[in-house]
Write a protein that binds this ligand. Sequence first.
Ligand SMILES: [Zn+2]
Ligand SMILES: [Zn+2]
Length: 348
Amino acid sequence: MSNIPPTMTVAMAHDFDDIRLESMATPQPGPGEALVKVRALGLCMGDVTPWYVHKKAPLVIGHEPTGQIVQLGAGVEGFKVGDRVYFHHHAPCLKCRHCQNGNYVMCQTWRDSKIIPGGAAQYCLVPANNLDKDTLLLPDSMSYAEGTLIEPLACVVRAFRRVHMRSGDRVVILGLGVMGQMMAVLARHLGASQIIASDCVPFRLEHAKKLGVDRLVDFRRESLPQVVAQETNGEKADVVFVCPTTPEAFLEGIECAGRSSRVLLFMGPAAGTKLTVDMNKIYFDEIDLLSSYSCGPDDTREALRLIEAGVSTAPQMITHHFPLERIQEAVDLSRKAQDSLKIIIDID
Ligand SMILES: [Zn+2]
Ligand SMILES: [Zn+2]
């Protein structure tokens, strides 16, 4: 395409509260690569977590973009200029021991891969392996904004795989940000017999109620473990998802767990965060303590299918749109974690 400008605008995070619009050379696709005109970007808590930004700054934030292919390097097959795509920021090798076992997120190639320079940019370079292994065509019916939900929903899909969710399971969710809300939707879709969820933000509790959560707990007013025990005749939960990263939240999750249950840590705590658990309970109740980090190409395909089928109720998860120029405002709103769920940056 002829009208690709030599420089582009990006959102550079110097700190989580210091995001500046800067100019950068527009990347040029080499063999097997694609240049995508970014059209929408979902903001994620991971993008704005202080310890994470401190570790990586200065960086172009954003890992939930969608856009349109505007240029292809030599030898690309399966894509053409004009394709509307979701592209994952990490892609596995499909050859190593972890990939062979389906644990794509543990693959070193996956860990080392990234989109260039990051999602909050007018253009993104999709490296050959990312294009080949985890770039998906958006169906015509799916907007760019909806497409940004593929990555976060795929993380939820992976979490449900990790806990071996079964129809009839009693599910407890701690934290009703957009990920917790998606967990509620997926739990119902997969046949949960009971869903109990907690938060302290009225907007988020109300939103989850509309999605059909059976029992909501404002943890400032009620004890979640007590409510879970009451609502399940003392048997407690089969599956517990813990979204907050504090040891207190994880311990509360374990308190909600019944016999032969799974408790899953969904987001990344800072290095060195310590947890003290009652080993007696873990042993005699056979409680599996698990984590789930990000998602692989099998999860993104499943997420796209779910969104297309209307299962994720994607439009309901998007509460705000901002232009790239106002990304700091959008990040501040996201970090406040109040009357918002998924915030989309629209990029021209
Ligand atoms: Zn994310
Ligand atoms: Zn691999």
